[in-house]
Ligand binder design. Sequence first.
Ligand code: WT7
Length: 681
Amino acid sequence: MSQDANGSTTAAALASDGTRNGDALANLLQEHRKFAPTPEFTANAVVGAAEYKEAAADRPAFWAKQARELLTWSQDFTQALDWSEPPFAKWFVGGEVNAAYNALDRHVENGLGDRVAIHFEGEPGDTRSYTYAQLTDEVKRCANAFESLGVAKGDRVAVYLPMIPEAVITLLACARIGAVHSVVFGGFSADALRSRIDDAEAKLVVTADGTYRRGKPSPLKAAVDQALTAPGHTVENVVVVKRNGQDVDWHEGRDQRWEDTVGAASGEHTAVGHDSEHPLFILYTSGTTGKPKGILHTTGGYLTQTAYTHKAVFDLHPETDVFWCTADVGWVTGHSYVAYAPLVNGATQVMYEGTPDSPHQGRWWEIVEKYKVSILYTAPTAIRTFMKWGKDIPAKYDLSSIRVLGSVGEPINPEAWMWYREVIGSNAGKNGEKKAHPAPIVDTWWQTETGAHMIAPLPGVTATKPGSAQVPLPGIAIDVVDEAGESVPDGHGGYLVVREPWPAMLRGIWGDPERFKETYWSRFEGMYFAGDGAKKDEDGDIWLLGRVDDVMNISGHRLSTTEIESALVSHPWVAEAAVVGASDETTGQAVVAFVILRESAPSGQDSGDDVVTTLRNHVGKEIGPIAKPKHILVVPELPKTRSGKIMRRLLKDVAEGREAGDATTLSDPTIMAQIAESLKK
Ligand code: WT7
């Protein structure tokens, strides 16, 4: 990949050779397979081709129609979109809506109280199912409990929970009373949790004693305690769910047992409408700098687009479908397609706490068989892991209930796409029967910032192509532009942008409006810059090529190179560090770090492993286990330009086992040879 001296990818480079490495892109360009929907699927699909035309004719009117059809407003809105102060959008102006009422109460009022909302499957095998009536009751209690702890509309609530129903209950209870939730993924460290609590000035933290990971208890509350040891925080109470029963420290007065507070609270709670633009949640995500960004979402637009896309992209038939999104609520996918959209749409969903290989590698397929999952939504990294484990494992289960498959989080390579189709989507029973018509696959491109799907096939309309997200959804204006912001012709690559505001768009970065403008709206005049490279093929279909900035994508999780570099140099042994995302067969990318050690670091023959282990654990402590580098390479020098910028592309070459590319702009052109030499030792 060719980059300028500053290490940033140019559009020209993307056109010939994307952020996916050259071979992968060459593969993509030879990918001509297409799979059209069957006439039966199309005939029964909830959304048809006419939707594109209707949406294109009047975008705001199309979304206004969806907002009124999919949601129950306690006060109707007067204007679909106010874009008078770009990039700050207001959708469904003057409208009032309660997210929890839409996800819960109204279904009960409509006679669906006995429908199962959530089938929960714990890692150790315990199960719980909640009907809509039961879930409504729990959320009302939880809302009362939070209010009794002094949480009021607009207050922030930090959530550090495993994948258990209480996570969804907590989110909806916050939404119900207008409190703003800020979920921090359980894989983040105490330090990361604290910085997010501080940034959002959270009043309450909701956590659990712990969870299970591969059959073993895995603590959570301990990290909350640690995060709150240093004074100066805003947290008044910590509500603790009992999940794995492990011992926890208890801070009298501050800590509250979920069973006591929520369990004892009244089940009567009336939901009032909140302004359509009332903040619903903050979710932190990695940017190109060290400091994570608090992405802010509001209510009406977010609910409209998540509900619409959940219905259209997955062809949701809520009376009969069983939906399973495998994402954790710690990520945006778990917000939009676990906590909100499936419930707003009155669907039945499965929620699973644990890892795919616990207690055996067939666990997911056992769950699909058990609950007759009909729509499965997961990430390419999981699919590639299952490929590694072999097709014989899913073949032992009856997956015939599956009728739509979704993919999210990173580009899906055609091989993984075909495996997903042939092994999962074609399975018609555990005796090796095959379906005549495999389930369609929908590859969904979107981001924490976009709130909901933006590019995806419609399963009853689009002839799908392995590896491509293909088409902007109805009502979404996507383009691929060159360096100058000009739309590129079909057959060319460039930068992915959104040309018009969309309902679920982020409304800003918490506490930092300037950073919002600068990050997303300054690169191209009047367009949202997503940070992804993309290509339009000869049919005009869109292929995502990966990030063009210093953001890495590890198993569909976003991490910033700078953030991990800062963590490394905060260790006394490290003088300098450079981090790259190297392509990895299973996780898409893997974190590879190059470090220069200080004199104080242990040296000598046997010290290497110790240094690496210590530094990996240090990153785990600073950011969280997900950020631990897969490889740490100790080098004598880092390749830098004369202006002192690290040339990451050269390190990426090394990390991916290639001959390093053009090094002529280095301040010292012999450095790459020195690095190669040091790595041989
Ligand atoms: C980045 C956003 C969207 C929820 C999970 C990740 C990459 C996401 C795809 C896809 C190619 C994808 C992009 C994007 N990405 N989905 N279907 N094909 N790339 O959310 O953590 O905000 O990351 O994930 O690079 O910018 P996120």
